[in-house]
Ligand binder design. Structure first.
Ligand SMILES: Cc1cc2nc3c(=O)[nH]c(=O)nc-3n(C[C@H](O)[C@H](O)[C@H](O)COP(=O)(O)O)c2cc1C
Length: 178
């Protein structure tokens, strides 16, 4: 049987606290080894019924980056050296029999946050972006049935950029007990 491991320090708590939506990037390259480690962390994400209804599209080419940038026209977004399109494959997603709910977006969201936390662990900045124009991303010629859910710009944070103070509801307002 596989040995159970547990984090005995508070490094995961620290990671959750330090990750932030990075909206300024340095042009420094992200080496393939780090990119691969981040994609591996995404691959290990849980999914309903282990269907893994996802594709992670790495956009590094000049033409690809141009298309992604046109889908979300913000100066800071254009600075990122690369993007990961977190895509769902709804035809592969688990559907709850009771009410027909397809869980693809939930599965992709979990993998996406794995990417963001892994990026933080490697000293990289990231930001969820869902406010993109889906019709522009059609220019990437994705396979049929592969639907972009979120775009994650990835790169080293720009000079002097750090995590702002977290704005969150307090725990007492967030957690209910019955
Ligand atoms: C599903 C989702 C969609 C988001 N879409 C965008 C977006 O399109 N553009 C953007 O600048 N930030 C986007 N964000 C980032 C949020 O604004 C951000 O996570 C939130 O304000 C909390 O800040 P923090 O990530 O720095 O802790 C999105 C976040 C999530 C989870």
């Amino acid at each position: 049987m596989k040995k159970q491991t547990a984090m005995t320090d508070n490094s995961f708590d620290a990671l959750c606290a330090s990750r932030f939506s990075c909206r300024s990037y340095s042009p420094a390259e992200v080496v393939d080894e780090i990119l691969k480690a981040i994609l591996e962390d995404a691959r290990l994400a849980p999914s309903a019924c282990n269907r893994q209804p996802w594709r992670f599209v790495v956009v590094k080419s000049d033409a690809g980056r141009e298309t992604v940038r046109a889908s979300y026209d913000r100066p800071w977004f254009a600075d990122a050296p690369l993007y990961i399109l977190m895509c769902g494959v709804p035809a592969d997603g688990w559907v709850r029999a009771d009410d027909g709910k397809n869980h693809t977006d939930i599965d992709v969201a979990i993998a996406t946050e794995h990417v963001c936390l892994a990026a933080e662990a490697h000293g990289l900045g990231s930001c969820w972006v869902c406010n993109f124009k889906p019709e522009v991303l059609a220019g990437l010629d994705l396979p049929d049935g592969v639907v972009p859910v979120a775009i994650i710009p990835l790169g080293y944070p720009g000079e002097g950029v750090g995590a702002p103070a977290k704005v969150r509801r307090v725990l007492e307002e967030t957690v209910l007990y019955r």
